[in-house]
Design a protein around this ligand. Structure first.
Ligand code: HAM
Length: 415
C-alpha cells in the first residue's frame, strides 16, 4: 500500500533533531523573560473574522493564504496565520489591558499560510513573537527591535541586517495613499491582475507585490517618508536616535511596507544576507487594539520564523545521552536491571536497559550506538556477589560498585 506523506509545505521534527527545537525555544524564553515579557498560549484556530479584521482583508494572507473552514456548527474558523491578532484578542477577552501597563507578552506558536512552498517558505511554520501594549514611546519601538536582535545574538546568529521604515499614521497615510493611487493609475494597464484590484482598495499593497513588473513600476512610486506628518516624522527620528545611541546599525528602506494591514509608524525586518529572507519582522500597530474592540492603545511587536533561523545557528548544544546502560543476562538479572534503572531514574539519572531480551553483545552494541556514558553488565555472578563492574566508556576504565547502593551509584553518575 502506498505510504501517506506529510502535506506539502509542512515539516516533521525527527528524534535526531528535536533537541535543536528545545534549544531555540529555551533561548526564546530566556530572551523574552530577560525583559519582563510573559508567555501566553492561545488556540490554533480562531473565528475567521479576527484575522479578516485584524490582519486586514486586502492582504495576501487574508485573501489567498488562510486555512479557513466551517466547523460542524457552521461557524467560519481559521487556522492562525500569525499571532498578533490572537494575542490582542486574548488580552481583551481576559481584561489584561485593564491591569498594569505596559503589558508585555510573548508566544511560541505554529502558524499556517497557504503559500507556495519553497526554500524557507512553508505552509506550516513556527514563530517566536513578542508584543508590547500601552507604550507610545519611541523607546518601545527600539526595545522590540533590540529584542529581535538579542534573540538572534543569543542564538549565535550573524550575517543578518536590519531594515527599518515608517509607514505613518492613518492621517498622513491617507495623503500618501492618494498620491500612490494617482501614480499607479497612470500605469494601471501594466499592473498584474491582483494589483489592479489593489489600486483603489489599498495601493500600498502594490509596493509589496512579488511580480517583477509591479516591483519595477513600484521603484518610481512616491515614498511614504516624504508624506509623514510632524508627529510621525518626530517619532521615526527618535526611534533611529535610540538605535544609533546603542550602536545598532540599520538600513532605511522607504519601500518596506510589510504584508499586514495593522502597522502604523515604525516597521522593520531582519534580513538574512545569504538568502534575502526575513528571519524576524514587526512594527508598531497603534490602531489594532481599537479595531478589535478595545480602547485606543499603542502597541508594538515582532515575530521571528524559527525554521528560517535553523541554517544560521552555529551550535545547538547536544542532546542528553544515557548516563548509564545496564545490560543483563537472564530473567533475574533483567529484573535487577529494571529495579536499579527505576531507582536511578527517580534520582534524575538518564538510564536505559534491555527491553528486547537480546544477547549481551547486541546490548553493548546498542549502548555504544546511543553513546551511553557508563555501562554495567548484570548476570548470575553479579547477583550472587552483589557487585558489578561500572565501565566509563570514554576512559575504558571499570570500577567495582555495590549494585544495591543506588545512592552511591547516583553520586558517581552525577559527576
Ligand atoms: P510576518 O512578517 O508575516 O509578520 O512573519 C514574521 C516572520 O515569520 C517572518 O519574518 C519570517 O521569518 C517568518 N515567516 C513568514 N512567512 C513564512 C513562511 N511561509 N515560511 C517560513 N517562515 C515564514 C507577522 O506574522 C507579524 N505577526 C509579526 C508581528 C508581531 N508584528 C507585530 N507583532
Amino acid at each position: 500500500m502506498a505510504l501517506i506523506k506529510a502535506p506539502r509545505g509542512t515539516n516533521d521534527v525527527l528524534p535526531s533533531d528535536s533537541y535543536k527545537w528545545r534549544y531555540v525555544e529555551a533561548v526564546a524564553d530566556k530572551t523574552a523573560l530577560s525583559a519582563g515579557y510573559k508567555e501566553v498560549r492561545f488556540p490554533t484556530f480562531e473565528e475567521t473574522e479576527l484575522f479578516a479584521r485584524g490582519v486586514g482583508d486586502t492582504t495576501d494572507i487574508v485573501q489567498k493564504e488562510m486555512y479557513t473552514f466551517d466547523d460542524k456548527g457552521g461557524r467560519s474558523m481559521t487556522l492562525r496565520p500569525e499571532g498578533t491578532a490572537s494575542a490582542v484578542r486574548l488580552s481583551l477577552e481576559n481584561g489584561l489591558l485593564g491591569g498594569a501597563l505596559p503589558l508585555k507578552l510573548y508566544y511560541k506558536i505554529n502558524v499556517f499560510r497557504y503559500d507556495k512552498p519553497q526554500a524557507g517558505r512553508y505552509r506550516e511554520f513556527n514563530q517566536f513573537g513578542m508584543e508590547l501594549y500601552g507604550a507610545q514611546s519611541p523607546f518601545a519601538d527600539a526595545e522590540l527591535i533590540e529584542m529581535a536582535q538579542m534573540f538572534l545574538k543569543n542564538l549565535g546568529i550573524n550575517g543578518v541586517y536590519l531594515k527599518i521604515n515608517s509607514i505613518g499614521c492613518p492621517v498622513c497615510r491617507a495623503r500618501y495613499q492618494e498620491a500612490l493611487k494617482e501614480f499607479f493609475a497612470s500605469r494601471e494597464t501594466e499592473l498584474c491582475e491582483t494589483c489592479k484590484g489593489r489600486l483603489q482598495r489599498n495601493p500600498m499593497r502594490i509596493l509589496d507585490c512579488k511580480s517583477p513588473v509591479c516591483q519595477k513600476i513600484a521603484e518610481d512610486a512616491p515614498k511614504i517618508t516624504d508624506f509623514l506628518c510632524d508627529e510621525c516624522e518626530t517619532h521615526y527620528a527618535a526611534v533611529k536616535n535610540a538605535l544609533t545611541a546603542i550602536g545598532t546599525k540599520f538600513e532605511e528602506d522607504p519601500g518596506l511596507v510589510r504584508g499586514l494591514d495593522y502597522y502604523t509608524k515604525t516597521v522593520f525586518e531582519l534580513i538574512d544576507e545569504k538568502t534575502g529572507l526575513a528571519v524576524a519582522a514587526g512594527g508598531r500597530y497603534d490602531g489594532l487594539i481599537e479595531e478589535l474592540g478595545g480602547k485606543h492603545t499603542p502597541a508594538v511587536g515582532f515575530a521571528s520564523g524559527i525554521e528560517r533561523l535553523f541554517p544560521l545557528i552555529p551550535d545547538f548544544g547536544t542532546d542528553p545521552v544515557a548516563d548509564i546502560y545496564i545490560a543483563s543476562m537472564g530473567d533475574n538479572a533483567a529484573q535487577k536491571a529494571f529495579t536499579i534503572a527505576d531507582g536511578l531514574r527517580k534520582n534524575g539519572i538518564n538510564v536505559e536497559t534491555d527491553l528486547m531480551a537480546r544477547s549481551v553483545k547486541a546490548q553493548m552494541k546498542y549502548a555504544d550506538k546511543i553513546g551511553a556514558r557508563y555501562t554495567m553488565v548484570l548476570g548470575d555472578s553479579e547477583l550472587e556477589t552483589g557487585s558489578a563492574d561500572l565501565r566509563n566508556m570514554a576512559l575504558g576504565e571499570a570500577s567495582k560498585i555495590d549494585i544495591s547502593d543506588i545512592e552511591a551509584l547516583t553520586t558517581i553518575l552525577r559527576s
